[in-house]
Design a binder for this molecule. Structure first.
Ligand SMILES: Nc1ncnc2c1ncn2[C@@H]1O[C@H](COP(=O)(O)OP(=O)(O)OP(=O)(O)O)[C@@H](O)[C@H]1O
Length: 364
């Protein structure tokens, strides 16, 4: 059975640091496609490999006994190769796909027990989805496309247009309000899709590979846009991607999926620095470690007058950033938290991170 990572006790959702309950809480979730799918979770067959399960039962376990919490305000990335179960998992969260077994709640409210009305309310107001194929209405203007979600909610014309105009500005589409989607570039269309989701002011934004059809530069632009929006609004985001660098750039935490299970759940730094198994190690092998590992991880205790002299950085700064500071100053760099020096990174420590070796250990 695949590893499930987060729960301290499987039945009680974690509290975040500030004591608030998780937005989504998922426990032992399964989605099995195929004949008599509901017999699989908890059975002997559940232990079979994906291939064996398919050949013996004709079933695919797209999501296998997955548990995690998404905390308010975090960017939670679901990452994995094609077919690992990312889309199925995220669609299960709002029951666009009906889970086969498990528990699922939003703000403590049981999602699996919701009737049609409450489910509709969940999808329209609380958890809005931004898809890869933007699903824009071709004969409507940008402004009306953005206002569409509000129209469905029954918001009056003047109010929805005012709200749509505000969101159009937020995503950088000012001046294009009257265009039709066909008159926009792929990146601009994706911004309309994003604006439409934002207009309904959802508690959570769910992104399903939203940028994978975009060329790399525009993709980078859109990632920056998401980071900026998140910084400004602090909205909870769940983001699917198969792209590791996108996951590392955007995620506060990453759930790495394989064959329907979560093989590791952690911060980008945890995943790169302490891969849970060979599969994850292989996955992160080519990541530039200095861009992910922070100086808090790389530092050593200060010696002599190192604690008071020289350039300084904050503990959350990456090794890549500290290398630039060290190159300019020429000496060890102090790691300062508040007004206290909590350690030092010298050239040897910084190079050791880049080389992926332990500082000061000479190979035999
Ligand atoms: N409706 C379905 N019926 C049967 N099998 C399905 C169905 N939908 C998905 N699957 C299978 O479930 C597994 C997970 O699919 P899913 O689309 O969730 O993966 P993914 O990680 O999102 O992939 P991608 O990155 O290619 O979108 C795959 O093996 C897929 O073939």
């Amino acid at each position: 059975m695949s590893a499930t990572m987060v729960s301290k006790t499987p039945d009680s959702p974690e509290k975040s640091e500030n004591g608030t309950a998780p937005v989504f809480s998922v426990r032992g979730l399964w989605k099995v496609f195929g004949p008599k799918a509901d017999r699989i979770p908890g059975s002997a067959e559940a232990e079979l490999s994906a291939e064996e399960l398919r050949s013996r039962t004709g079933c695919t376990a797209a999501v296998r006994d997955v548990s995690f919490d998404v905390q308010p305000g975090e960017v939670f990335v679901v990452m994995g190769l094609s077919g690992s179960g990312k889309s199925t998992l995220v669609r299960c969260l709002t029951r666009l796909i009906e889970p086969t077994a498990g528990e699922l709640s939003i703000d403590g409210e049981d999602v699996l027990g919701m009737d049609k009305n409450r489910l509709r309310n969940l999808r329209r107001h609380r958890a809005a989805m931004v898809f890869q194929h933007f699903g824009l209405l071709p004969h409507r203007s940008v402004l009306d496309n953005v206002a569409y979600g509000l129209e469905i909610q029954g918001v009056g014309k003047a109010e929805r247009r005012a709200k749509a105009a505000e969101v159009v500005e937020k995503v950088g589409l000012t001046g294009l309000e009257r265009r039709r989607p066909g008159q926009l570039s792929g990146g601009q269309q994706q911004r309309v899709g994003l604006a439409r989701a934002l207009a309904v002011d959802p508690e959570v934004l769910l992104f399903d590979e939203p940028f994978s059809a975009l060329d790399p530069l525009i993709r980078r632009d859109m990632q920056e846009e998401v980071i900026r929006l998140h910084r400004e609004e602090g909205r909870t985001m769940i983001f699917i991607t198969h792209d590791l660098s996108e996951a590392l750039r955007l995620g506060d935490r990453i759930a790495l999926m394989r064959d329907g299970g979560i093989v590791q759940l952690g911060t980008p730094e945890e995943i790169v620095d302490s891969p849970a198994d060979d599969y994850v190690r292989d996955f992160v092998r080519d990541v530039p470690r200095e861009q992910v590992i922070t100086v808090r991880k790389a530092m050593r205790p200060a010696e002599g007058d190192e604690a008071t002299d020289g350039a300084s950085v904050a503990p959350g700064v990456t090794v890549a950033e500290a290398i630039e500071v060290a190159a300019r100053s020429g000496g060890p760099v102090r790691v300062v938290e508040g007004s206290q020096c909590i350690g030092v990174v010298d050239h040897q420590r910084l190079l050791a991170v880049v080389a992926g070796v332990e500082a000061g250990v000479v190979p035999a």
